[in-house]
Design a protein around this ligand. Structure first.
Ligand SMILES: NC(=O)C1=CN([C@@H]2O[C@H](COP(=O)(O)OP(=O)(O)OC[C@H]3O[C@@H](n4cnc5c(N)ncnc54)[C@H](OP(=O)(O)O)[C@@H]3O)[C@@H](O)[C@H]2O)C=CC1
Ligand SMILES: CC(=O)N[C@@H](CCC(=O)OP(=O)(O)O)C(=O)O
Length: 312
């Protein structure tokens, strides 16, 4: 029998992208609810209980409600794409490449929290360096980022695309998260193995999909005598053999004059770069991804496949 998948929130931004990815699959049976009934709790509860894997693509509160509906049900496994459970000890964090054991943890888990888009980039850069003892856990990490506007879901898409709205956003690029209390900070700190809250400065550009996440570092403040080449070598060794996460060779990065946040739009891959000049004592670590690919829907499908033992 084909595994039954229910995407709760299938008509939203993340849900639709998962549905598109699953449409091409004949090894799964996708359970669905008509768009007009998307908030019908009885229908949702029926599908949630029937599914082998429920993928929640809902705001935090609605995700918590779905998890409450499933209380006592030990057969439906859950992937939650919201922020609700990403630092919860009972949930496996759905970033398969973050360390050697994570893929198996996800495969064995009943409850998987899909990472946030920005934390996927930041943790991918920081965690292997902290784990290797190169980056001190109490380093004052900053994370500077730009996202495509689909990161803000249906509401922000409408604000950016519909000039007739009262709350239309006309800016080509804007900073937000200005009080430095963005909901992704806790997740970056915990899974980045950091002791101090990173300073997180997100922004949005007038493009639909794509993301750049930057973590600049002063080499003199790292543990021991560390070169730009050492940092690159650690990241390259951590991600060696991975198909989704790629560490770009230093020689290739050195030739780049610009980096375009939309380069990986519509892809589920993530590219990591180490920029700087050897001997100058500074590096800028950069992750390039699609906020809706490895940053959300692509990662959810990757986790679903791991849980069902299908691929990856
Ligand atoms: N967009 C992105 O890049 C990323 C999003 N995420 C997370 O994914 C989740 C979904 O976000 P996103 O797809 O962007 O959001 P959207 O607003 O685009 O979609 C959310 C969907 O959930 C539905 N919904 C809302 N409340 C309920 C409810 N009580 N019961 C049933 N359905 C409900 C909405 O319906 P309605 O139209 O009626 O409101 C909508 O279809 C969020 O938790 C978000 O934080 C994670 C990583 C990246
Ligand atoms: C551009 C934009 O608004 N992005 C969203 C994050 C998108 C994401 O990762 O979603 P989660 O809500 O699941 O963490 C934000 O900053 O809140």
């Amino acid at each position: 029998m084909k595994p039954k998948i229910f995407i709760d929130g299938e008509h939203g931004t993340t849900g639709l992208q998962i549905r598109t990815r699953l449409a091409a699959r004949d090894d799964l049976a996708v359970l669905s609810i008509p768009e007009a009934e998307r908030r019908n709790v009885d229908l949702r509860a029926e599908r949630l209980h029937e599914a082998d894997v429920a993928i929640l693509c809902l705001p935090d509160e609605a995700s918590k409600e779905a998890v409450r509906i499933l209380e006592g049900n030990n057969s439906t496994r859950v992937i939650d794409t919201s922020t609700a459970y990403r630092t919860h000890p009972d949930w496996a964090y759905g970033f398969a490449e973050m360390d050697a054991a994570q893929r198996q943890r996800i495969a064995d888990a009943r409850l998987v929290a899909n990472p946030g888009c920005y934390p996927t980039g930041a943790i991918s850069l920081v965690r292997p360096l902290v784990a290797a003892g190169i980056l001190p856990a109490d380093y004052p990490v900053s994370v500077n980022a730009v996202s495509g506007y689909t990161g803000g879901g249906k509401q922000m898409i409408a604000q950016m695309e519909d000039p007739s709205r009262e709350d239309h956003i006309a800016s080509p690029h804007f900073l937000y998260g200005l009080p430095l209390t963005h909901k992704h900070v806790a997740e970056m700190k915990q899974h980045g193995l950091l002791e101090r809250r990173p300073i997180f400065a997100p922004s949005v550009g007038r493009f639909a999909q794509g993301m750049i996440v930057q973590v600049p570092l002063h080499l003199a403040d790292l543990n021991g005598s560390v070169s730009m080449g050492d940092i690159h070598a650690r990241l390259a060794s951590h991600y060696a053999g991975q198909d989704i996460v790629e560490v770009v060779p230093l020689a290739t990065s050195a030739k780049l004059a610009r980096l375009d946040p939309t380069e990986l739009a519509d892809s589920d891959r993530m590219k990591l770069y180490v920029f700087g000049t050897e001997g100058e004592g500074q590096v800028n670590l950069v992750a390039l991804l699609d906020n809706l690919g490895k940053g959300a829907s692509g990662a959810a499908v990757q986790n679903m496949d791991l849980m069902l033992g299908l691929k990856h």
